[in-house]
Design a protein around this ligand. Structure first.
Ligand code: FES
Ligand code: FES
Length: 342
C-alpha cells in the first residue's frame, strides 16, 4: 500500500492551497490569495487590517461582525472567502466621509455604547435599515436590531441614538418641508419630542412636555387635540403666559424664526411706514386693553384682513377676547403641525 497518499501535503491540499479572491472593500479593489477555509471576517481583520469589524460569538448570533455585502447586511463570521469573491463590501471604516456618519455621531451624542464592542455591528445594522426604510417605527427598529446583542447598555441609549440619527438624516434630506410621520414622532424620546413638536405653541414647550406623556398617537389630529386639551385645562396664568409669549403682529418684537417666516409670507415683514404705524398703534391699544399681544393665525390672511380683525376684536370684552385668542392659538398650532407632521 502506498502510504504517501495518506500524508497531508499542504502544497496540494484543497484545504490549505490558496485561492484568488477579488473583492472591493470600502471602495478599494483588492486581489488576495486566501485559504478556502478563511472567513470574510478573517480577511477583513487579518489581511486588510480592518479591525473595526469585531468577532464575538462566531456562530452568527451576536451581530458584532455585521457588515454590508452587496448592500445586504451579513454576519461576516458566517461568510466564507469564496462566497465573497467579486462582491462589494462596506465595513464600519467605510461609512464616514470627511465627517462622521450621522449614525456614528448619534451613537456618540446619545451614549449608545459603553464598551463599544457591539457598536460597529449595531451601526451597520442601523445603516442597512435606514437605507431601506427612512422612517421606521419603534417596532421596526427593534426588529432590525434583534440580531445585534449588547451586553452593556440596556439598549436605551442605542434606541435613542437610532431615533436621533433618523431625525438628523431625514432633516438633512427633506428639511422641515416634508416633516415626520406620526410613527416617527411616537418613537421620539421626551427631549426630542419637545424639541421637534414644542415649537407649535409659541415659546411654550410645557404643552409638548405634557402631551408626550399621553402618546403614542394614532394620528396628527389626535396629537393636536391632546395639546389643545392641555392648554384648555391649564391654569389661567399659564394661558396668559402663552398669549404673552406671542410676538406683536407686524412689529417684529420677540419673533421666533417660525413667526418671522409666517409673518413674512404675507408681507408683514415689509410694511410701508403708514402700515407699520397703524399696526403699532392698534397693537398698543390692544395690549393696553387686554394685557397681551394681538394673536391671529395669519396663514392665508391679508394685511388688510388682519388690521380689520384688530379693530373688531378691540371691541370685545376681556372674556370674549380670551376665547378668541385661544382659538387663534389653536389654529396656529394646527397649521404648524400640518406643516411638520405628515
Ligand atoms: S461574531 Fe459574527 S455574529 Fe457573532
Ligand atoms: S456597548 Fe458593550 S456590548 Fe454593547
Amino acid at each position: 500500500m502506498d502510504m504517501n497518499k495518506f500524508v497531508h501535503n499542504p502544497a496540494t491540499s484543497p484545504i490549505t492551497s490558496k485561492k484568488e479572491l477579488s473583492i472591493e472593500v470600502n471602495r478599494v479593489n483588492y486581489h488576495l490569495h486566501v485559504t478556502p477555509t478563511s472567513r470574510l471576517v478573517d480577511i477583513l481583520r487579518e489581511d486588510l487590517g480592518l479591525t473595526g469589524t469585531k468577532i464575538s460569538c462566531e456562530i452568527g448570533r451576536c451581530g458584532a461582525c455585521a457588515i454590508q455585502m452587496n448592500d445586504q447586511l451579513v454576519n461576516s463570521c458566517l461568510v466564507m472567502a469564496y462566497q465573497a469573491n467579486n462582491t462589494s463590501i462596506c465595513t464600519i471604516e467605510g461609512i464616514a466621509d470627511e465627517d462622521l456618519h450621522p449614525i456614528q455621531r448619534a451613537f456618540l451624542e446619545e451614549g449608545g455604547f459603553q464598551c463599544g464592542y457591539c457598536t460597529p455591528g449595531m451601526i451597520m445594522a442601523v445603516k442597512s435599515l435606514l437605507a431601506k426604510n427612512s422612517n421606521p417605527t419603534g417596532e421596526q427598529i427593534g426588529e432590525s436590531l434583534s440580531g445585534n446583542l449588547c451586553r452593556c447598555t440596556g439598549y436605551g441609549g442605542i434606541i435613542r441614538a437610532v431615533q436621533s440619527a433618523i431625525l438628523t438624516m431625514n432633516k438633512k434630506e427633506t428639511k422641515r418641508d416634508v416633516g415626520f410621520s406620526i410613527e416617527n414622532v411616537n418613537s421620539m424620546s421626551k427631549d426630542m419630542f419637545v424639541s421637534e413638536v414644542g415649537w407649535v405653541f409659541e415659546h411654550s414647550p410645557w404643552v409638548a412636555e405634557k402631551a408626550w406623556e399621553s402618546g403614542p398617537f394614532q394620528t396628527r389630529e389626535e396629537l393636536l387635540k391632546t395639546m389643545i386639551r392641555i392648554v384648555q385645562n391649564a391654569e389661567g396664568s399659564s394661558q396668559l403666559a402663552l398669549f404673552r409669549a406671542h410676538p406683536d403682529l407686524g412689529t417684529k418684537l420677540k419673533m421666533s424664526e417660525v413667526s418671522k417666516k409666517e409673518q413674512g409670507d404675507i408681507g408683514l415683514d415689509s410694511l410701508s411706514q403708514e402700515e407699520f404705524t397703524q399696526f403699532v398703534s392698534l397693537n398698543k391699544s390692544y395690549v393696553e386693553k387686554f394685557g397681551f399681544p394681538f394673536i391671529m393665525a395669519v396663514k392665508g390672511q391679508s394685511k388688510e384682513a388682519i388690521l380689520s380683525a384688530m379693530v373688531e376684536r378691540l371691541k370685545l370684552s376681556y372674556e370674549e377676547e380670551c376665547d378668541t385668542a385661544l382659538n387663534e392659538v389653536y389654529k396656529i398650532a394646527s397649521f404648524r403641525l400640518n406643516d411638520s407632521i405628515r
